[in-house]
Ligand binder design. Structure first.
Ligand SMILES: Cc1cc2nc3c(=O)[nH]c(=O)nc-3n(C[C@H](O)[C@H](O)[C@H](O)COP(=O)(O)O)c2cc1C
Ligand code: SF4
Length: 438
């Protein structure tokens, strides 16, 4: 399997956080080229590229840019989603740390394409090191006169996963509580401060310069037809060589885990794979030959999400995994709608009982019934992110859930490879949050 680097190209050999180094590999040439083009011609290239968003939903970027309302008399905004808070995800962090100017160039090219003078990068609050690198790179780009008439504001979030949801991000940017907005209207019509707004993920925007440089048609031919280009896959969990690997979309899941990732440590067996971050549904070892592109993973019954591949070995307790994941979503639910606010809490209570071996047989069905009352009934996707994976953990590993009931406790005891990981921590003591408030 070939590593194919576009957003991380040359990042291994050079310190691309330095402007001169980035320019030495052709950096900011795409910006110069774009500024000689009409904005709509740049959008044409984005449409031709068929670039799909890298933030999770995979929506075509050029189409989103072309939807922006025109002639409203209001400013147009570009917001870059750098909130990256889902368990398993860490690709945007690497792109910003290793190649900050690629993102800045992408912002400036995209701003030109949508005729915007105002760009916001909404950065996960905990990413202090990234903040410093981005701040310095922006300063250097400003001093070098690269900004033209565009202002880029680096805005640090306050540590809430929900602010990665695009409309909650806009609320937060406006200084309000980070809670999703009902849609319509969509941000392309009424986004930041009620103005037309384009929101894209860090990697989506960092890919824009290469599309302008080489052309949309060139980009559209990389990899399988419906999902061209590369993705930075974040490989984590029970694997020898975790880390970020930029690969062609359509690369093999088996090759990522075994060839690049070095396989499962300590001679253990593969038990499950989460392909796109904790919000995506679990896959099983018989699906190892799935190609990692949006359509193939969907055909396998899961989602590519943010391309955060979590490898789970046979020491992991799947009930504990479901519990840990749901604790995260309960903790991060913004509380605006009842099914998500109450449902995640119910799910955690039931999963905790199951994990402790205190659950009645009927409570396994009750868990699925609660999930059913959350799925598709919430204002934003966080409710589905919580409930969807739990349904699939039960469907694929029902015997393990059953053993917890039959044996009156966790068959893995304290030996699960997930013990002590993947859980929310107490804000003050930093100890894992074990108990759910009644
Ligand atoms: C709860 C929740 C959290 C999200 N977090 C992020 C995030 O951290 N980064 C991101 O790019 N997209 C995140 N998204 C997706 C965004 O709403 C949006 O679809 C994305 O930023 C669009 O960018 P793209 O089209 O380039 O993928 C999240 C969605 C939900 C529902
Ligand atoms: S689904 Fe959850 S996170 Fe999303 S708006 Fe409703 S309560 Fe908030």
């Amino acid at each position: 399997m070939a590593i194919r680097e576009l957003t991380l190209a040359h990042a291994g050999e050079r310190d691309l956080s330095k402007l001169a180094e980035y320019q030495a590999i052709g950096g900011y040439k795409a910006l110069a080229k774009a500024r000689k083009m009409k904005p709509e011609a740049v959008v044409e290239q984005l449409l031709a590229s068929n670039l799909r968003g890298r933030g999770g939903a995979g929506f075509p970027m050029g189409r989103k840019a072309s939807f922006l309302a025109k002639g409203t008399g209001k400013p147009t905004y570009l917001c870059v989603n750098a909130d990256e808070s889902e368990p398993g995800t860490f690709k945007d962090r690497e792109i910003m740390l290793l190649n900050p100017h690629r993102l800045i160039e992408g912002c400036l090219v995209t701003a030109h394409a949508i005729e915007s003078q105002n760009v916001f990068i909404y950065l996960r609050g905990e990413y202090l090191d990234v903040f410093e690198v981005m701040r310095r790179a922006l300063e250097d780009a400003r001093k070098a006169g690269l900004m033209g008439d565009v202002t880029i504001v680096l805005h640090r979030g306050a540590g809430a996963y929900i602010c990665g949801e695009e409309s909650a991000l806009l609320e937060s940017l406006e200084g309000k509580r980070g809670q999703p907005r009902p849609r319509p209207p969509f941000p392309a019509v009424s986004g930041l401060y009620g103005s037309p707004t384009l929101i894209n993920n860090v990697q989506t925007i960092a890919t824009v310069p290469v599309i302008v440089e080489k052309g949309g048609e060139w980009y559209a031919k990389i990899g399988p037809e419906p999902s061209p280009g590369t993705v930075v896959f974040s490989l984590s969990g029970n694997v020898e060589r975790p880390g970020n690997y930029e690969l062609l979309l359509g690369s093999g899941l088996r090759e990522l885990i075994y060839d690049l990732g070095g396989g499962i440590p300590d001679g253990r067996e593969l038990k499950a794979i989460i392909p796109g971050g904790s919000s995506t549904t679990v896959m099983t070892p018989d699906q190892l030959d799935t190609d990692l592109d949006f359509n193939s993973v969907a055909e396998a019954g899961s989602q590519l999400g943010a391309a955060a591949v979590i490898v789970i070995d046979d020491r992991a307790c799947m009930v504990q995994l479901a519990l840990r994941s749901t604790q995260f979503y309960m903790h991060e639910s913004c509380g605006k709608c009842t099914p998500c606010r109450e449902g995640t809490r119910w799910m955690v209570q039931l999963l905790q009982k199951l994990e402790d071996g205190r659950a009645e047989q009927s409570e396994l069905d009750l868990l699925l019934s609660v999930c059913d009352r959350v799925l598709g009934k919430c204002l934003c996707a966080l409710g589905d992110f919580a409930a969807g994976p739990v349904v699939e953990y039960v469907r694929n590993f029902r015997d393990e859930f059953q053993r917890h009931i039959d044996e009156g406790g966790c068959p893995f005891g304290g030996e699960s490879s997930l013990e002590g990981t993947f859980a929310p921590v107490d804000q003050h003591t930093h100890a894992p949050v074990a108990e759910v408030p009644a």
